[in-house]
Write a protein that binds this ligand. Structure first.
Ligand code: AMP
Length: 289
């Protein structure tokens, strides 16, 4: 695996790969990698990428003032090993000073789909995400980019940006990878103490409770949300940030399950904010919940 740390060198690599007719897959990350990230590299290969670039960049622009930018976990040695094992061709690690030099003043803002859910709770977050992803796209110039459904709103915002700004890139979503007990994998799980790690199971359990309600025929949004609230409220270490039902494409709020519906939640466990989601009302007889 080659490591590239300047925009100019990334451009040169990409130009060579394209001239050779190779299809470039791209997986952007903030590092401290886990099996969820690795699954996105595998997905890029499955989608016929000849070469896969993964980036690690802890993007200051997407963190609020009181958020965890300074303590975001890092382990480059382990990340490198995981990427090599996953057969990644290039690790792209741009420097913050080159990404945001003095005088930087341009941003990409996706309007409607970034307003609700996490957008309401983390002002400026998605503006930081779409801006950095646009810059990474311009540096890597991939044919295909893979994002996790774990950050569902992010995936929707990036799809919108790619369409609206005519990026010639196929955006692919990868399913949420979970620990064996149901906790969605996240770099931020590293912050959790053992009792908090146990308490964090309330997120996936809350989703499962709502899924069960839908599978049993419940269609009322409030009733479906109540099932999730009941699980979360029973966990003393949990503080709910939001629990919401939304249309999976527009992300507009919905109050009935009349077809595929996103159930998304954000919950504080101690000082750690965790997110999770599921798609309700899938399948012919909605048998999958
Ligand atoms: P991050 O490093 O948290 O910025 O995440 C980088 C990419 O990995 C994003 O597209 C995430 O949605 C994705 N990702 C993070 N956790 C998971 C997970 N548990 N399963 C699948 N994808 C994930």
């Amino acid at each position: 695996m080659e490591t590239i740390d300047s925009i100019r060198a990334m451009h040169a690599w990409s130009e060579r790969a394209r001239a050779a007719g190779r299809r470039i897959g791209f997986v952007p990350t903030m590092g401290y990698l886990h099996t969820g990230h690795v699954s996105l590299v595998t997905e890029a290969r499955r989608r016929r990428a000849d070469l896969v670039v993964a980036s690690i960049f802890v993007n200051p622009l997407q963190f609020g003032h009181n958020e965890d930018l300074d303590r975001y976990p890092r382990d480059l040695e382990r990340d490198t090993r995981l990427l090599v094992e996953a057969d990644t061709d290039v690790l792209y690690m741009p420097q913050a000073s080159e990404m945001y030099p003095e005088g930087f003043q341009t941003a990409v803002t996706v309007e409607h789909v970034t307003r609700g859910l996490c957008g309401e709770k983390r002002p400026g977050h998605f503006r930081g995400v779409t801006t950095v992803v646009a810059k990474l796209f311009n540096a890597v110039r991939p044919h295909l980019a893979v994002f996790g459904e774990k950050d569902y709103q992010q995936l929707v915002a990036i799809r919108r940006m790619v369409r609206d700004l005519d990026f010639d890139i196929e955006v692919v979503g990868g399913p949420i990878v979970r620990e064996s007990d149901g906790l969605a994998m996240s770099s931020r799980n590293a912050y959790l103490s053992p009792p908090e790690r146990q308490a964090a199971l309330c997120l996936s359990r809350a989703l499962a409770a709502s899924e069960t309600a839908v599978r049993e025929g419940e269609r009322g949004g409030a009733a479906v949300l109540d099932r999730a609230y009941a699980v979360l409220n029973a966990e003393p270490r949990a503080r709910i940030d939001y629990v919401a039902l939304a249309d999976p494409e527009s992300l507009r709020p919905v109050d009935r399950i009349a077809g595929p519906t996103l159930l998304a939640l954000a919950v504080w466990i101690g000082q750690t904010r965790l997110i999770d989601n599921t798609l309700l009302g899938r399948g012919a007889a909605w048998g999958e919940g």
